[in-house]
Every structure is written in C-alpha cells, then in structure tokens.
Design a protein around this ligand. Structure first.
Ligand SMILES: CC(C)(COP(=O)(O)OP(=O)(O)OC[C@H]1O[C@@H](n2cnc3c(N)ncnc32)[C@H](O)[C@@H]1OP(=O)(O)O)[C@@H](O)C(=O)NCCC(=O)NCCS
Length: 199
C-alpha cells in the first residue's frame, strides 16, 4: 500500500485538499449546523474554540500520521471548504461525508466521494464501507450512487449522543466480487443484526 496522506485531488467542479488552519471559519460553518450534523457522532460546534479543537483532533492530528484521507471539499471557483469526505485507516475503511445544506441536491458529494474512492483504490485499499442511520436515507442514496452494496443492518446505542440507532452497512470491494469479502465486525458486535430484504 502506498504511504500517502490526503493528496490533493481535482474533479470537474471541485478541489479536494486538506483543511488548513485558515479554514476554521469555513469548517465552523459546516460543523455547526444542527441539521447537517444530526446523524453524526459529534454535537454541532458552538464556538470557534470548539472548531479549533475539532480541527486539531480530527484533521491536524491525522495529517501528522503516516496515512490518512481527510478531505475538505471546495468549489474550484473559490477554494473555500463547503464539505468534507474522509476514509478511515481503521480496518472498516469507513467513508464519511457531509456538505453545507445550501449545496445539497447538486451531486457534489457523489462527485467528491467518487474521486476519493478512485484514489484509495489506486493506493491499495481493499474496500471501503459506509454506514447510515436508517432515518437518514439521503446518505444511503449517496452510497447507492457510488455503486456500494447494502450488506446488513444492526443496532447500536450510539455515542456520544446516547441514542439507539439502526444502521445500514454498505461496502464497495475493489477486487473480486462484491460479496466475496464483507466487513462483519459491526454485525458481530451488535446483539441485534439482520438483513433488510427491501433495501
Ligand atoms: C448526505 C448528503 C451529503 C447528501 O447530499 P446530496 O447533495 O444529496 O448528495 P449528492 O452529491 O449525491 O447529490 C445528489 C442529488 O443531486 C442531484 N444531482 C445533480 N447533479 C448530479 C450529478 N452530476 N451527479 C449526481 N447527482 C446529481 C441528484 O439527482 C440528487 O438530487 P436529490 O437530492 O434531489 O435526490 C447531505 O444530505 C448531507 O450533508 N447530510 C448531512 C451529513 C450526513 O448525513 N452525512 C452522512 C452521514 S452517514
């Protein structure tokens, strides 16, 4: 596997790059919105101090590691972050994304994730997975548009919000058939797991 950390990428409309310290106001605009952050494992940011701490922990710190894919999504026209796409270096290689509300419905996240997926595939990752709350079908629609395959559902008492969530898990394998390898740890760790036939 190639050792890379968030190499800059370009698509037709977008620049994908690291979040810099100068981007804190833009990062705050993304991560402070209640609706955009409702289905995510953190509370919406309330101040610039919280934004700085969030950036340190989830971006600056990861950029110091050997490998990471922690992108700011910017329109080429102004290079200001309006969203994010991440791929985890943990075994699940979870794909995560979010976008400021005023940019929804334009295919921006699908375009950004497509470029990141191509890159992690070229760099040697075996697959990506993604999970979404069953009550957040917009996120599931992104997974489908990316060609990811639904594998199973499971319940989790989700932290730090401490709510019971039913997640749907999707996976995209880069080698062999889509069902050859399925990441099973969420299934194994959850007492309540099942396959929904209607998904
Ligand atoms: C999930 C989320 C990123 C989806 O945003 P989105 O803009 O719908 O996603 P896409 O980039 O895939 O855009 C798809 C929409 O753009 C339209 N579209 C326009 N041009 C398009 C193109 N070139 N390619 C694909 N879709 C396009 C599609 O028809 C679709 O329209 P619809 O919303 O009316 O159904 C957004 O709702 C969000 O930020 N939610 C909060 C954060 C979140 O929940 N993250 C996931 C946690 S698991």
């Amino acid at each position: 596997m190639r050792t890379v950390n968030t190499p800059a990428l370009e698509t037709e409309r977008l620049t994908l790059r690291r979040f810099a310290e100068d981007d804190l106001p833009a990062l705050f605009a993304i991560f402070s919105d209640g609706e955009v952050n409702r289905f995510l494992p953190w509370f919406p940011l309330r101040s610039m101090d919280e934004a700085r701490a969030f950036w340190q922990e989830r971006y600056a710190e990861r950029y110091r590691q050997e490998r990471a894919y922690q992108y700011a999504v910017c329109l080429k026209s102004d290079n200001i972050p309006i969203g994010y796409v991440n791929v985890s270096m943990e075994e699940h290689h979870d794909l995560g994304y979010g976008l400021r509300k005023e940019f929804w419905h334009g295919g921006i996240v699908t375009e950004a994730c497509g470029a990141v997926i191509e890159r992690v595939k070229a760099d040697g990752l075996p697959y990506v997975t993604a999970t979404h709350d069953r009550n957040n079908p917009r996120s599931g629609a992104v997974m489908v548009r990316l060609g990811m395959r639904y594998q199973y559902s499971y319940e989790e008492q989700w932290q730090p919000k401490n709510i019971l969530v039913t997640f749907r898990m999707y996976q995209l394998n880069f080698h062999g058939k889509q069902d050859d390898v399925v990441y099973r740890r969420y299934w194994d760790h959850s007492a309540v797991h099942f396959v929904e036939t209607a998904v």
